[in-house]
Design a protein around this ligand. Structure first.
Ligand code: ADP
Length: 178
């Protein structure tokens, strides 16, 4: 059986997938890191769409996800999820990170999208330890895909080679490598 998970090294904004996941902050008003890169590549329509969501629903709580258009990106939509800020591991950070992955997958599936790309949520400014975060990402996505038909394919987008090797190793351990 062909694996439904792939690792891609590079800039998430270049991917021609149905949905990109953004590691947003609760305000949904943009920020640094992957959030900044996605807003720059998408153009002002993305910020406008985020403002509408913000007006309708208020801030996005950690672990939750919302969906918008994708502006000038090659993707069709952007899912904004807020990961946990690492505070030492005793503040439910692992469960919140799982929620971010699972709620993003649910939202993509509910909208009928087939391909989705995740960045390494919370591992930049939010300080979640990289190996633990990658284990949660791989386990949560793998478990989800064994139970659900959509999305058909998920890409883990790694910004550097170290993360790429880490994800490949974890996927091999689960027997899911491409
Ligand atoms: P958070 O606030 O959730 O920690 P960051 O954007 O600071 O989010 O970092 C999340 C991850 O995204 C980091 O591993 C960082 O290296 C990576 N990253 C930054 N820019 C990009 C990009 N353009 N494409 C893919 N990943 C990126």
């Amino acid at each position: 059986m062909l694996s439904r998970i792939e690792v891609f090294q590079g800039d998430i904004t270049t991917l021609h997938v149905d949905v990109l996941v953004n590691a947003a902050n609760p305000s949904l008003m943009g920020g640094g890191g992957v959030d900044g890169a996605i807003h720059r590549a998408a153009g002002p329509a993305l910020l406008e769409a985020c403002k509408v969501v913000r007006q309708q629903q208020g801030e996005c709580a950690p672990g939750q996800a919302v969906i918008t258009l994708a502006g000038d990106l090659p993707a069709k939509a952007v899912i904004h999820t807020v990961g946990p800020v690492w505070q030492g591991g005793e503040q439910h950070e692992a469960r919140i990170l799982e929620d971010s992955y699972r709620n993003s997958l649910n939202l993509a599936a509910a909208n009928g999208y087939k391909t989705l790309a995740f960045p390494a949520i919370s591992t930049g400014a939010y300080g979640f330890p990289r190996v633990a975060a990658a284990q949660i990402a791989v386990n949560t996505v793998s478990d989800y895909l064994t139970r659900k038909p959509l999305p058909e394919r998920v890409y883990f987008v790694c910004y550097d080679e170290e993360d790429t090797r880490l994800y490949q190793r974890l996927l091999t351990q689960r027997g899911q490598e491409t």
